[in-house]
Design a protein around this ligand. Structure first.
Ligand SMILES: N[C@@H](CCC(=O)N[C@@H](CS)C(=O)NCC(=O)O)C(=O)O
Length: 208
């Protein structure tokens, strides 16, 4: 019998999307088969750009050298390798509602990353406040939708894993202050972090 395939995940340890994939790998029991190899997305010499022409992390490199991206594809692949449907049912109507909510959770990180990049890539005089407000509006609308219907904190799936990583990113980089205005979501995150051991393994102790 051949040895189980091992994977390389190109990501920094702090990337919220990289953390989403690493958490998903832990949840489906593949954490030991995924080795993180850090990348610098801004470095033109970094091999990431050959592995993923989009130049974004995370990117999963298989034993045969082929690559998988983006994070939602990687996560579906990992649950396929693990032989489970724990993160997302592979068929049935429920799949579509979960995928939609999963994209909404990811959209918080997408917009929050653009807020961070605005300051990183533009000199102070060129930072656009209307653009930042536009992105913060997306974050706040998605948070409001989740506040009205938070996920079940006892369930670890594509929605809860993505949402936890997005909220942790907002706590770390403070693109918006969300906790007071979204108390049910704050409670949800605390409960989810208590329920899912992979949360602490990837993000560190909750609230630290
Ligand atoms: N839709 C992508 C988003 C990935 C993403 O935005 N990654 C960020 C780091 S958290 C990145 O690589 N940014 C560099 C860039 O935008 O060029 C996914 O889900 O994998």
């Amino acid at each position: 019998m051949s040895a189980p395939e091992r994977f390389i995940l190109r990501t920094t340890l702090t990337s919220p999307v990289g953390r989403k994939v690493r958490m998903a790998a832990e949840v489906v029991g593949l954490g030991d088969r995924v080795t993180v190899e850090p990348t610098d997305v801004a470095d033109p010499q970094d091999t990431l750009r050959q592995q993923n022409p989009i130049g974004k992390m995370p990117c999963l490199v298989r034993a045969d050298g082929s690559s998988l991206f983006d994070s939602s594809v990687i996560i579906e692949f990992l649950q396929f390798v693990a032989g489970t449907e724990r993160l997302l049912p592979v068929s049935g109507e429920e799949r579509f509602a979960l995928q939609t909510r999963s994209r909404m959770a990811d959209a918080i990180t997408d917009a929050a990353a653009l807020v961070v990049y605005e300051a990183k890539w533009h000199e102070a005089a060129h930072v656009s406040e209307p653009w930042l407000d536009y992105q913060r509006g997306k974050i706040l609308r998605c948070l409001t939708a989740f506040e009205a219907a938070p996920p079940d904190p006892r369930v670890s799936d594509v929605v809860s894993i993505g949402l936890a990583c997005s909220l942790e990113f907002l706590d770390r980089r403070t693109q918006v202050n969300w906790r007071e205005s979204h108390p049910r979501l704050a409670t949800w995150l605390a409960q989810f972090a208590r329920h899912e051991p992979a949360y602490e393994r990837i993000h560190g102790p909750y609230g630290a």
